[in-house]
Write a new protein. Structure first.
Length: 382
C-alpha cells in the first residue's frame, strides 16, 4: 500500500458497522460500514508539501507558530513541555490555555488573542504543580488541569487569570489524564494513564461546584454493557482507585477525552483504540481499532459538525479526523519531529482556528524545552 493510501483509510467494516448500531441517536448514527482496506481522502483532501514551519496541510489551510518554549511571548516566558489545552471566548477575542508536563513546576499558561487574531498577552494561571498533562474545559468557563502522577490531583483554574487555582480532591487522587464535562447528565468523565487504568465519572453535589460529589468507576456487566459503581475511597493513600472495585473495566493507557451529544469519546494509547461510551445504551465499544492511519492515539477534541480530531503521540506526528461517516484521515502532519508528540488540540470559539503543540519540537529534548505551539487557519467544518 502506498504512503498516501496508508494515511487515508476507512474504519474496518466491523468497527464501523457496530458503531453505527450502538450509537443510534448519537453523532455516529449515520456511520456506514466500509469495505475492509478501502481508502478515501478526508473532507479536506490530501496533505500538501510541508510549509516553512514543517507543517503539512491540505490546500486552503495555513499554519503559524504562536509560542515557543523558553522564549518570551506576550510578556511571559512560555512554558516547556506544552500538553493539553482548550480555548475560551473572551469578548471579541479568545484565550488558548496550555498545560506544562514538567515535574514539580508544571502548571498552565494562557495566550490571549484579540478579535483579529493578533496576540494580546500571555500569563500563568497555575504554578507549582506536577506533570500537568491533559484536562478539560467546563461549561462555566474554567480549565481543569490534571496531574499525571501517583495520587495526582485535578486543579480548577481560571483561564482569564483573575482567580487562584483550586485543588478538587473530591475528583479522586490517581494518575489523571483528561477530563470531559457532560452538561446533559451533569457529570465529568476522567481518564487514567495506567496500563490498567479506568474511566471515571464524577457527579458533583451541585453542578458547577466541583468541591464535593461522588466518584464512580465504569464496570463491565456483560459484553459491551457497562454500569457505574461508586469508588469507596477516592483519596485512599495506599489502595489505588482502579483497584477498589473488582468489576472495574480497565483500559490500557487512558488518554484524551471528549463528550458530545450523549457520547463520551476517549482514547487508550496501549491498544491504539478510540473508545465511545454511549450514555443512552450504557455500552462501550471501540470506534477505531488501531489498524489504520492513526497511531499513538492521544489528545482528542471535536466539533459541532460531529468530527473528532485525534492527536498522535509519536506515529508519524499527525492530527487525524474521524468523521461521522467513519472516514479516518490526516488533517496535518509535522515533519522532522519524530521524537515529539502532538498535544492540546483545541478550536477557537468560531471554529476557524485549530491550536495545538509539539511537546518537544524538532529538538526532541525530553525536558520539552524545544516545545512549539501552533495555530492553523482554514475552512474547518464546524
Amino acid at each position: 500500500m502506498s504512503s498516501r493510501t496508508d494515511r487515508r483509510t476507512f474504519l474496518r467494516a466491523a468497527t464501523a458497522g457496530t458503531a453505527a448500531l450502538a450509537f443510534s441517536g448519537s453523532l455516529w448514527q449515520s456511520a456506514a460500514a466500509a469495505a475492509p482496506g478501502a481508502a478515501a481522502d478526508g473532507p479536506y483532501g490530501p496533505l500538501l508539501a510541508p510549509d516553512a514551519n514543517g507543517v503539512a496541510l491540505p490546500a486552503g489551510f495555513a499554519a503559524r507558530v504562536v509560542a515557543r518554549s523558553t522564549h518570551m511571548v506576550g510578556g511571559t516566558l512560555w512554558h516547556s513541555a506544552p500538553d493539553g489545552g482548550a480555548c475560551f471566548a473572551d469578548g471579541a477575542g479568545w484565550i488558548y490555555v496550555s498545560n506544562s508536563e514538567l515535574p514539580l513546576i508544571g502548571g498552565a499558561s494562557a495566550l490571549r488573542f484579540r478579535a483579529d487574531g493578533t496576540l494580546d498577552r500571555a500569563y500563568r494561571i497555575l504554578s507549582g504543580t506536577n506533570l500537568n498533562c491533559a484536562g478539560g474545559a467546563t461549561p462555566w468557563g474554567t480549565w481543569l488541569s490534571c496531574e499525571e502522577i501517583f495520587r495526582g490531583r485535578v486543579f480548577e483554574t481560571d483561564p482569564y487569570g483573575n482567580r487562584p487555582a483550586v485543588s478538587r480532591t473530591a475528583m479522586g487522587r490517581f494518575k489523571h489524564e483528561a477530563a470531559a464535562c457532560d452538561p446533559d447528565h451533569r457529570v465529568v468523565y476522567l481518564t487514567e494513564d495506567e496500563d490498567d487504568g479506568c474511566l471515571y465519572r464524577f457527579t458533583p453535589d451541585v453542578w458547577g461546584d466541583l468541591s464535593r460529589g461522588r466518584l464512580d468507576v465504569l464496570c463491565t456487566t456483560s459484553g459491551d454493557a457497562v454500569e457505574w459503581r461508586p469508588v469507596p475511597n477516592p483519596s485512599a493513600p495506599f489502595t489505588q482507585t482502579r483497584h477498589q472495585v473488582d468489576a472495574a473495566r480497565h483500559f490500557d493507557g487512558g488518554e484524551g477525552c471528549h463528550y458530545s451529544n450523549g457520547v463520551c469519546y476517549f482514547t487508550a494509547k496501549g491498544d491504539r483504540k478510540v473508545w465511545a461510551y454511549d450514555t443512552n445504551s450504557s455500552t462501550v465499544r471501540a470506534l477505531y481499532g488501531g489498524d489504520g492511519t492513526l497511531n499513538g492515539v492521544d489528545n482528542v477534541t471535536g466539533t459541532a459538525a460531529g468530527d473528532l480530531y485525534v492527536a498522535e503521540d509519536g506515529g508519524n506526528m499527525e492530527i487525524n479526523i474521524i468523521t461521522p461517516d467513519s472516514v479516518v484521515a490526516p488533517v496535518l502532519r509535522l515533519d522532522g519531529q519524530g521524537e515529539s508528540e502532538i498535544t492540546g488540540p483545541a478550536f477557537s470559539p468560531d471554529g476557524s482556528r485549530l491550536y495545538f503543540s509539539s511537546q518537544r519540537g524538532t529538538s526532541g529534548e525530553r525536558t520539552g524545552s524545544g516545545g512549539i505551539t501552533y495555530e492553523v487557519r482554514g475552512p474547518f467544518r464546524h
